[in-house]
Write a protein that binds this ligand. Structure first.
Ligand SMILES: NC(=O)C1=CN([C@@H]2O[C@H](COP(=O)(O)OP(=O)(O)OC[C@H]3O[C@@H](n4cnc5c(N)ncnc54)[C@H](O)[C@@H]3O)[C@@H](O)[C@H]2O)[C@@H](O)CC1
Ligand SMILES: Nc1ncnc2c1ncn2[C@@H]1O[C@H](COP(=O)(O)OP(=O)(O)O)[C@@H](O)[C@H]1O
Ligand SMILES: [K+]
Length: 501
């Protein structure tokens, strides 16, 4: 599978290497790009009665001239709109000369019923907000309701961030080349692409140095090999034991959701560590999951020494006070080399005043640590890395992982996972049904459950996010957090059938 995601800059370097290696030059690649777009249009929109092609000044416009020529050669009606001539001597200028359709100016653009718009204004070279006459034509197309096929990216959407820079097209189909770019998978770019087609334009696979790729679309192919296998002679503790720290009497549900997530993810044993005042409420709701009292660090440490859990979740419903901070310190300090810790929710917020102390402890710890913030929690730990219009969620998450020494799961419809070594994955199978209270608590448990079974942090985080999203996707409407752990068996069994030996 081609899971690598390339920034527009990385794609530009692949293009240059491809041209240097030959046999195709830039013009040859442009011909192939135009050909795959024209073929996709004719296949998907066979009923279109004509085509309105909008060409910008760069190579994206160049692709548009090629598409216009190929459509004319097919005998269909084409009108072409361009405002600026491509730079003299460029591939786009050559494509413009080879195109038999004389361009009209943008002001002459009139929508025609049952025609289709081909958007070749800007692609990877978008360098400033789309305004003025380009914005006006995008608005005219939007109000016309005509279908739009975008070449490479919907013009106006940043290939790096997935965010619109000024006005932007909402496409029905986007055809990009060689590999996806972050803007195709991060929101809102992902929805603005409509259907996305990644086409081969004759760039050899060897042009891409795979070892240098650090960003992928999250997919089982990335981590399937690291999924825990249960051996024939397994016993419950050999399958991993997860401790989940519960909050006080009125906030225990979050820990139980995490515990259930850990158990369904395959941990052989799960223990909820509860304050004394919440023992009875936890006891009333737990069956296979064990329960033990832990109000103080001493009680936590006694449990860690006795039972040596291989994973822990701290944060859901835990409170943001000293108990949570001291438990975090203890878990980081006492975790064995195989320990996998997930700090979520309150365990993140508890360090808002002093993130550097948390990061220093994480870096000094033998444990593998995953932090699972949503945007609000992320802003508390990583001042200066908050969301901003021209910043990529991938780069923010990567920077946070390097700063903290933990794998970071920055949640949302396009959850990004990053590791301190620079690897990053963007998740694409989540649905909006996951936006329900407690859903993140289940996720933290799933990730801890996988780490407790010795899955490394980055892989466990990627797998956890994918499984959690898939559980939500398969369940669909009406989902509440309690349903997520209960969907995991179906997802695991259908996606990862067991090899019975
Ligand atoms: N060998 C290659 O490099 C290939 C490139 N291809 C196409 O080339 C595209 C990239 O081409 P370019 O690098 O020329 O970039 P673009 O054609 O995307 O845009 C660059 C041009 O648009 C102008 N511009 C950028 N943002 C603007 C804005 N908001 N308002 C007004 N003008 C703006 C720039 O000044 C420049 O003239 C890709 O998206 C792809 O469609 C394909 O032809 C395949 C091969
Ligand atoms: N609109 C959405 N589309 C897809 N996934 C979403 C959406 N909103 C939230 N999620 C996912 O749901 C989970 C919510 O977690 P979180 O914000 O911590 O909620 P809670 O604290 O209630 O558990 C995360 O995994 C997040 O990625
Ligand atoms: K475009």
């Amino acid at each position: 599978m081609r899971l690598e995601i390339l920034t527009p800059e990385e794609m530009g370097s692949v293009d240059r290497k491809a041209v240097d290696a030959g046999p195709l030059d830039g013009y040859g690649l442009m011909q192939n790009a135009g050909a795959v777009v024209a073929a996709a249009i004719l296949e998907r929109f066979a009923e279109a009665e004509g085509f309105l092609v909008l060409c910008g000044p760069g190579n994206n416009g160049g692709d548009g001239y090629v598409v216009a020529r190929l459509l004319v050669e097919r005998g269909v009606q084409v009108r072409l709109f361009a405002e600026t001539e491509p730079a003299a001597g460029s591939d786009a200028a050559r494509a413009r000369r080879a195109c038999p359709v004389e361009p009209k100016s943008y002001s002459e653009f009139e929508p025609v019923e049952r025609w289709l718009v081909v958007d070749a204004l800007f692609g990877a070279g978008l360098s400033k907000p789309v305004e003025g006459r380009e914005a006006a034509i995008i608005e005219r197309v939007r109000t016309s309701g005509l279908p739009v096929v975008s070449i490479d990216l919907p013009s106006g959407v940043s290939g790096l961030t997935g965010k619109p820079l000024g006005a932007a097209f909402q496409a029905d189909l986007t055809v990009t080349f060689f590999r996806k770019k972050p803007g195709h998978v991060l929101v809102p770019g992902r929805q603005m692409c409509g259907e996305l087609l990644v086409a081969d334009i004759g760039i050899a696979e060897t042009t891409l140095n795979r070892a240098e790729c650090k960003t992928w679309e999250n997919h089982p192919a990335l981590w399937r090999a690291a999924l825990p296998e249960i051996g024939i002679s397994a016993h419950k503790y050999s399958r991993g034991h997860v401790a989940v720290i519960s909050g006080g009497a009125t906030s225990t549900g979050a820990a139980r959701l995490a515990a259930r997530g850990a158990a369904r993810a395959g941990a052989g044993a799960v223990t909820v560590l509860s304050p004394a005042n919440a023992l009875s409420v936890n006891a009333m709701h737990l069956t296979s999951i064990m329960l033990r009292r832990a109000d103080t660090v001493e009680e936590l440490e006694a449990f860690l020494s006795d039972r040596g859990p291989s994973g822990a979740v701290l944060g859901p419903g835990a409170g943001t006070g000293e108990r949570t901070r001291s438990f975090a310190r203890s878990l980081l300090d006492r975790a064995g080399a195989a320990g996998g810790l997930v700090f979520d929710a309150d365990a993140i917020t508890a360090f808002r005043g002093d993130p550097e102390t948390l990061f220093a402890m994480i870096k000094a710890s033998a444990a593998q640590v995953v932090l699972t913030p949503h945007e609000g929690e992320f802003g508390r730990l990583f001042p200066g890395l908050e969301d901003a219009p021209e910043v990529s969620k991938v780069e923010r998450t990567r920077e946070a992982a390097m700063r903290s020494g933990a794998a970071i799961v920055l949640k949302g419809p396009d959850t990004v996972v990053a590791a301190p070594d620079g690897r990053a994955a963007i998740n694409v199978n989540a649905t909006q049904h996951l936006a329900t209270a407690g859903s993140g608590d289940v996720l933290s448990g799933i990730i801890a459950g996988l780490m407790a079974q010795t899955m490394p942090a980055f892989e466990a985080a990627c797998a956890g996010i994918w499984l959690h999203a898939e559980a939500g996707r398969v369940f669909g409407r009406g989902l509440i957090a309690e349903d997520l752990p209960e969907m995991l068996p179906q997802v695991l069994q259908s996606q990862f059938p067991e090899h019975v030996r």
